[in-house]
Every structure is written in structure tokens, then in C-alpha cells.
Write a protein that binds this ligand. Structure first.
Ligand SMILES: Nc1ncnc2c1ncn2[C@@H]1O[C@H](COP(=O)(O)OP(=O)(O)OP(=O)(O)O)[C@@H](O)[C@H]1O
Ligand SMILES: [Mg+2]
Length: 510
């Protein structure tokens, strides 16, 4: 009882002194005193502190989320009470520090202590966007002597690790610009869905040696950050996939994305109205992505015709400027031009962001403007051809379960295999057509299914023999052959003239 009485009187005395302090010293003076105390404290303290708030004004602070993700790696081991979350399009759970939790990290021998603080937002100041009710921030504490050693390298390390974690945790996305270049409410012109295409290089039917060449090229690209930096080149690469319908161009793009773990931006050129819209779309793509323009010959036909009309004497290189001198006026208004597209892939704007791959596909390489396919613009030209025997072996393994030994000469199936090898080239069937036959027969014995395929192939050969090509078709075929030869000889010349790695891939024919 006595204790409570003395505690009450003590509190009364304290309140009395506090009211005197408040009465005698004005608010400004008290603030100044606190400030001075803080400065003195900072001078004598061996630590320095950095606050990383969730919101930077009305914008979200990217660094806050990066720190959150970065710390989540070790938070699960070190802390006793954690927050758990799962992001949109993410297949993994993320651990986070709760209010006032601390975590110690080391970087280059220096100790960094992180503390998470959550406070209620006092008053909702006016803003166009509603701000979160809670104010969240991380405080980084490091020794003053370590500041020069670990900053800003530590922050770069955090950003890189967080990006890598985000990429690993997050399902990859397939973006499309179905609204053209116009923005949605958050100012983003792309719409996305989770990307779950099952195509891989393993399932892709094409000559294994060419496949390996492409995979090696992709790996070199993905690991080539310093290579590109040192040579002053933008970290990007262009692939042109060409060949008849159903030869696996789209499957190849999906395999590339799955191989590298990149997102895909499927750019629908016919939905884009001006070059500036095209630029905006490019600016809103992220790094580690593949930007795809399918059937480029169909998308650009009209524009080329307009640009030729605008300057009849123009050759391919003079096409490299906006139609009518201005992209938003004259004849070129409301249209994208070849120059706009070339700037998109090649120009200064193409360098915003990094680690990006451009893939164009076409069924008719001969219809493309030479400026678009010239070496250096599309680094690698990949011919997706009719089904060859090495490609057929992959399809038969995938669909019917044949293994490598069964394609050998000395097995029971050797006669069948030899016959298939003899007819497959003359049949000129696409992998898509071959796949259809194999899918239809997949429940049968594999030898019977392969026999059925052989019949289909033979039938095709017979049909092709009977059907004589018309003059027009022959001319078209001739044109296509000439185009193929010219692209291969161009790249051959280039391959002869350069032996450095840097130039190896420019316009390389695969
Ligand atoms: N090289 C291939 N390897 C494995 N499957 C293939 C290959 N080519 C085609 N296919 C099969 O055929 C289907 C169609 O292929 P895909 O869409 O990749 O062809 P494409 O060359 O993009 O055709 P298009 O020119 O009409 O767009 C795919 O679903 C795939 O299963
Ligand atoms: Mg396709």
C-alpha cells in the first residue's frame, strides 16, 4: 500500500516538473534542444543510420521492397517471429521481419544491422493516390568506418540479389499490348498472364548440333554482362527465325524463354499506331526479357509501301527516317515506320534497360526489307526447316518413347529407321504435321505407330511427285532459294572477315 502511495506521489512530482518545463520553455526551444542532443549523439556515436521508407513521397520505394526480399533469405533462420507473404504471380512464400525485429547481415567483413519499423500514419495528407495506413521502413545501421567500404556496393548487391530472387520465385509472364500503346490506370501499356509454355530445347525437333549452337549463343549472351560493357555495346541480341508455318518458330521462342528464365513481350505491331507509342512500349519492358514480333513481314508490309510512295527513289537505307519527315504528321501520321522499328531494336532507345533479346519471325524472309535483316541488326538468322531425320528422331523419342539405341543400325527397328531416313527429306513435312501423326498413333505399339508415319511420308512423296509446280510457284521457289543463298553468303563473308567473338554472331546463319 505504502509502495503505491509513494509511486503516485513520484509521478505527481514528475508531472509537475514536466508542466513547468512545458510552460517555461516554448515548443521551438524544446525541438532545438532535441536537435542539439541528436547532433551531439551522432558526433560521438560510432554508427551511422540509413532510413529506407516504403513510400518515397507518393511513389513506392523500390529499394524498400528489394531490402525486404533480400532479408527474407536469412530472416527465416535468424528471427523468431516473422511475417509471411506470397506475391502476385509468385509461386514462393516470402518471410519478412515484423515490427521492431532486427537482423544482422555481413558484407565484405562489415556488420550491417537491419531493423524494421511499422508505425501508424498520423494524418492522411492530401494525395491523388491513397497512401497505406501504416508507415513502414527499414533502418540500416553500420559503423561509420565501414561506410566508405560497403556503400554503395552493398546496396547494389541487395538490388541484384533481390532481382534474382524475384525472378526465381515469380512465375514468368507473357505480356501483350492488346490495347496498342495506350496506358492503363497505373501507366503500364502491357497486359500480362503467367507464361506456362512447356516447350524446351529438349522437346524441340531440330538438328542437335544447331540446337547446341543456339543454346551456347544464348548462354554466352546471358553471361556476357562484362563482355558487352567493356566493348561499349548495348546488352541485347537479335534473332530472326524464318521458315514455313509449323516448323517450330513459336516453339523455339518458348524454349528460349524457358531456357533463360526470361519473360516474353509479344508485341502486336498492328495494334501500335505511332513510333512514339512503339517507344513507350519499349521503355516499359523489363530487362531479362524476350521481345517478340511474330510474322514481321505481315506487320510491316503496308508501312513499307507508304514509305516507298513518300520517297520513290528511297533505297533501304534512306528508309531509315520517319515518313514525311515527321512521325506524327504528314503521310506517316498514325502509322509506324520501318525507321521507327529499327530505332526500336537498334537505336538509342533500345538501350533503356538491358539484357534483352529481340526475336522476329517470318514465313517469307525474302519479303523483308534488307535494312531489317542486314547483319548486325539481327545477330543470328535461324532457319526452321521441314522435318529432317535428326529432328524426326527427337519427335519419335518424345511422342512414342523410342530411345537412342533403337535408331542404331544393328537393332530390329533398323530397316524401319532406314526407310524413314530415306523418305523424310523428300516428303517435306513440317514437324507440326509429323507431330500430328504421332499424337494420333501414340496409343499404339511404337513400331506400328512409326510404320504408320512411314506410310504417310511415302504418300506425301508420291503426291509431291505427281503435283507439278506451276510457273508461278517455281518462280516463287526460285526467289526463296535466292534469298536464302544471299543471306547465307552474306553471313559467310562476314564470318570469314572476322574471327573475334564480338563479331562472331552478327547475322550468323544457323
Ligand atoms: N521443331 C519443332 N519441334 C517440336 N514441335 C514442333 C516443332 N515445330 C512444330 N512443332 C509442333 O507444331 C505446333 C506448331 O508449331 P509452332 O507454332 O512452333 O510453329 P510456327 O513455325 O511458329 O508456325 P507459324 O509460322 O504458323 O507461326 C507446336 O504446337 C508444336 O507442338
Ligand atoms: Mg508461330
Amino acid at each position: 500500500m505504502e509502495f503505491w502511495t509513494s509511486l503516485a506521489s513520484l509521478m505527481g512530482v514528475f508531472a509537475f516538473f514536466q508542466s513547468i518545463l512545458h510552460a517555461v520553455f516554448p515548443l521551438e526551444l524544446r525541438f532545438a534542444a532535441v536537435k542539439i542532443f541528436h547532433r551531439v549523439f551522432c558526433c560521438f556515436s560510432t554508427y551511422c543510420y540509413f532510413d529506407i521508407t516504403e513510400m518515397d513521397g507518393v511513389n513506392t520505394n523500390e529499394l524498400y521492397h528489394a531490402v525486404q526480399l533480400y532479408l527474407s533469405r536469412s530472416a527465416s533462420i535468424a528471427a523468431s517471429r516473422l511475417s509471411l507473404s506470397r506475391g502476385l504471380n509468385s509461386s514462393a512464400f516470402t518471410f519478412g521481419l515484423t515490427n521492431n525485429d532486427r537482423l544482422v547481415d555481413t558484407f565484405r567483413g562489415a556488420i550491417a544491422t537491419w531493423e524494421h519499423a511499422v508505425t501508424q500514419r498520423q494524418s492522411q495528407s492530401f494525395s491523388w493516390r491513397p497512401l497505406p495506413e501504416e508507415k513502414r521502413s527499414f533502418t540500416l545501421r553500420i559503423k561509420k568506418k565501414d561506410k566508405a567500404i560497403i556503400l554503395p556496393a552493398y546496396l547494389d548487391h541487395i538490388m541484384e540479389t533481390a532481382n534474382e530472387l524475384r525472378r526465381r520465385n515469380q512465375d514468368r509472364l507473357l505480356y501483350t499490348n492488346s490495347r496498342g500503346g495506350s496506358m492503363e490506370s497505373r501507366g503500364f501499356p502491357w497486359e500480362s498472364v503467367p507464361f506456362k509454355h512447356p516447350s524446351t530445347f529438349e522437346t524441340l525437333a531440330m538438328d542437335p548440333s544447331r540446337k547446341e549452337l543456339i543454346m551456347a549463343d544464348l548462354t554466352d549472351f546471358a553471361e556476357g554482362k562484362t563482355f558487352y560493357e567493356k566493348r561499349g555495346r548495348a546488352w541485347k541480341r537479335g534473332y530472326l527465325l524464318y521458315g514455313p508455318p509449323g516448323t517450330g518458330k513459336s516453339s523455339m521462342i518458348a524454349a528460349m524463354a524457358n531456357y533463360l528464365g526470361y519473360d516474353i513481350y509479344d508485341l502486336e505491331l498492328t495494334e501500335v499506331h505511332t513510333n512514339s507509342e512503339l517507344r513507350k512500349l519499349l521503355m516499359k519492358t523489363t530487362s531479362k526479357s524476350i521481345i517478340v514480333i511474330e510474322d514481321i513481314d505481315c506487320s510491316l508490309n503496308l508501312t513499307n509501301r507508304i514509305s516507298k510512295k513518300a520517297s520513290p527513289s528511297a533505297d533501304a537505307s534512306s528508309d531509315l527516317r520517319p515518313v514525311g519527315g515527321s512521325e506524327d504528321g504528314g503521310a506517316g501520321a498514325k502509322t509506324i515506320t520501318l525507321s521507327g522499328l529499327l530505332n526500336f531494336t537498334d537505336g538509342l532507345w533500345s538501350c533503356c534497360g538491358s539484357e534483352r533479346i529481340f526475336v522476329f519471325t517470318t514465313n517469307h524472309i525474302e519479303k523483308l526489307d534488307p535494312a531489317l535483316v542486314r547483319s548486325g541488326r539481327m545477330d543470328m538468322h535461324i532457319h526452321m526447316s521441314h522435318c529432317s531425320f535428326p529432328a524426326l528422331k527427337i519427335l519419335m523419342t518424345n511422342y512414342l518413347g523410342f530411345d537412342d539405341r533403337e535408331f542404331d543400325d544393328k537393332t530390329e527397328t533398323s530397316d524401319l529407321m532406314r526407310e524413314l531416313a530415306d523418305v523424310i527429306d523428300d516428303a517435306e513435312m513440317t514437324p507440326a504435321d509429323v507431330s500430328e501423326v504421332l499424337i494420333k498413333n501414340r496409343r499404339r505399339e511404337k513400331e506400328a505407330a512409326a510404320g504408320e508415319l512411314l506410310d504417310v511420308l511415302k504418300e506425301r512423296v508420291e503426291k509431291r511427285k505427281k503435283k507439278k509446280p506451276t510457273g508461278e510457284e517455281m518462280e516463287e521457289e526460285e526467289q526463296e532459294k535466292r534469298a536464302l543463298e544471299s543471306t547465307s553468303s552474306e553471313s559467310d563473308q562476314m564470318m570469314d572477315s572476322c574471327d573475334g567473338k564480338e563479331d562472331k554472331g552478327e547475322g550468323e546463319q544457323v
